[in-house]
Design a protein around this ligand. Structure first.
Ligand code: NAP
Ligand code: ZN
Length: 335
């Protein structure tokens, strides 16, 4: 019998408490990872609070994991003992549907999130399908790489999939864990980057990360001034916004892409999309292939999460700070 130890939440909104579980025999396709670092994503907060109605208690949150492979299942051929790997939002998929077969496992109907119906990374160890344990390039430090596994890939994918290039004008809305990486990746893609933030005190840092412009969204007139300006607007905000104002800020053929989980229906006038062929879309994390590509891009272009480190045992403090929007810019738990 093997025992994994972590911090679990037992009811919606409750504090994390020490917890242990027996994961059973290591399955043929699984690896076991000894966790060194795990980021605290706002999705963990949504899951802790059951904002999406999908949380299954008790569970250990955490899906921005970096660690070392300490056990390999009998059928695993792609990972080796001692290898440093990262795991993000997804821990498994069916492997045989059309989406898995074309390398878009994040769209699989049977995709298994790392900490929904399973236990995640606020722990000493975790087990996942080896296909979802992605090698971390040596140039990246584990503490800065952990946030790339969810926040990083989530902002990287739409930039890649919506064909951002040096001529593009990109806006990143919300400069938190996702947003501060979104600025850096958009810069790496060569775009002109604008940061949209409710926090005026983030302006200097947003610019040092690569933003050319900063829009204070608490100033209601500021959004009107940038009407017709952007090819891609990436919203990382978990709150409802004046979406019409953002659609108005798009150029013809522009896209407003939501990655932040805002709760209410997104309301925009149909005519405002039709006239200049604009679109509103969403994007869901990224595939193992894209994770590997994103890590390589981060290593080569110096994209790096700015982190606030907490001891694993202090996970409750980190979660509280995330809820208050006080983290600059990603809390990372260290074992
Ligand atoms: P975070 O670190 O808390 O950052 C969110 C940022 O949004 C804040 O720093 C703040 O930026 C802004 N914000 C917060 N409350 C706001 C409000 N009421 N009005 C306007 N802006 C507000 O969160 P995160 O970890 O980056 O995650 C952001 C969202 O993305 C969450 O909903 C999360 O669940 C979701 N997510 C989605 C995916 C996916 O695959 N689609 C993956 C990961 C996370 P400013 O201070 O700059 O305003
Ligand atoms: Zn996440």
């Amino acid at each position: 019998m093997s025992e994994l130890h972590g911090l679990a939440v037992h009811a919606a909104g409750a504090h994390l408490l020490p917890y242990k579980y027996d994961p059973g025999e290591l399955k043929a396709h699984e690896v076991e990872i000894k966790i060194s670092h795990c980021g605290v994503c706002h999705s963990d907060v949504h899951l802790i609070d059951n904002d999406w109605g999908i949380s299954k208690y008790p569970f250990i949150p955490g899906h921005e994991i970096v660690g070392t492979v300490v056990a390999v299942g009998s059928g695993v051929t792609d990972r080796t003992m001692g290898e440093r790997v990262g795991v993000g939002w997804q821990a498994d998929s069916c492997g045989i549907c059309e989406w898995c077969r074309q390398g878009e496992e994040n769209l699989c109907a049977k995709a298994q999130p790392t900490c929904v119906g399973r236990n995640g990374g606020f722990a000493d160890r975790v087990r996942v399908n080896s296909r979802f344990a992605v090698p971390v390039p040596t140039a990246l430090e584990s503490e800065n790489a952990a946030p790339l596994m969810c926040a990083g890939i989530t902002v990287y994918s739409p930039l890649r999939n919506y064909d951002v290039r040096p001529s593009s004008r990109v806006g990143v809305i919300g400069i938190g864990g996702l947003g501060h990486l979104g600025i850096q990746f958009a810069k790496a893609f060569g775009a002109e980057v604008t940061a949209f933030s409710t926090s005026k005190d983030k302006e200097a840092e947003a610019k040092s990360l690569g933003a050319h412009n900063f829009v204070n969204t608490r100033d209601t007139g500021a959004l009107k001034k940038v009407a017709g300006s952007f090819d891609l607007l990436l919203s990382t905000v978990s709150a409802d916004q004046d979406w019409q104002a953002y659609v108005n800020a798009l150029r013809p053929k522009g896209m407003l892409c939501l990655v932040g989980a805002s709760p209410a229906p997104v309301q925009v006038q149909g005519a405002s999309l039709i006239t200049h062929q604009k679109a509103v879309s969403g994007s869901n994390t990224g595939s193992p292939h894209d994770l590997a590509e994103m890590l390589d891009v981060a290593a080569r272009h110096g994209v790096k999460a700015i982190t606030e480190r907490f001891a694993m045992a202090k996970a409750n403090d980190a979660v509280t700070k995330v809820k208050k929007n006080q983290v600059r810019y990603r809390a990372v738990l260290a074992n």
